[in-house]
Design a protein. Structure first.
Length: 202
């Protein structure tokens, strides 16, 4: 993910995103995606109008919405090319949370350990590790710069597997003025590494 401060752009990369080919580095296959630990594995939309949102993303990206799962509060998965790419759920009124917002989840193999690491690294545990049926375990944190980020320990729900093709997930970034606080958090909690990029003109 990229973090920006002023006109500086910084990229946080999970080492497993790269594979060596000779003396260089090559990005892994962009169509069949399986998230390495610390990388984006899922993202979903909380919305106060799921019907309109489903129609919008179908028209723009070709996403088809699965039938809402009443067991999980009307949660729906979006499908592209026969593969899950994102999720959507009705927002909870009067919860104090934004009614229309996307959330990103990074892969973990131990949500409880990741939550402890997040707290130790100066983050706030907003949602303690919580089992979601047999789908997996989720947790949500606030990083030291104030951005929300989730963690997902998968069981039967292994996240999105279509990546880098038209309409599929491709890039995730965090826009922050607290780069010096955010980068160590993601390095310590998710083993990301910072890579400086070119400046952005303003």
């Amino acid at each position: 993910m990229y973090t920006r401060i002023g006109t500086v752009l910084c990229c946080l990369l999970c080492p497993a995103h790269w594979t060596s080919t000779g003396g260089g580095r090559t990005i892994v296959d962009m169509t069949a995606y399986s998230a390495p630990v610390g990388a984006p594995i899922w993202f979903d939309l909380a919305t106060n109008d799921p019907v309109t949102a489903a129609s919008f993303y179908n028209e723009v990206f070709g996403w088809a919405a699965e039938v809402a799962n009443t067991e999980f509060g009307g949660y729906q998965n979006f499908i592209l090319n026969g593969r899950r790419v994102a999720g959507m759920m009705p927002s909870m009124p009067n919860s104090g949370s934004p009614e229309n917002v996307w959330s990103v989840y990074l892969r973990t193999t131990d949500a409880a350990a990741t939550s402890r690491a997040a707290a130790k690294a100066g983050g706030q545990v907003l949602v303690e590790p919580m089992k979601v049926g047999d789908e997996g375990t989720m947790a949500v944190f606030i990083d030291p710069a104030g951005a929300a980020i989730g963690a997902w320990e998968s069981d039967t729900h292994t996240g999105f597997s279509e990546w880098g093709v038209p309409g599929a997930p491709y890039w995730f970034e965090s826009l922050t003025l607290g780069q010096s606080a955010a980068i160590p958090f993601y390095e310590n909690v998710f083993a990301a590494r910072a890579q400086a990029e070119q400046s952005i003109s303003t």
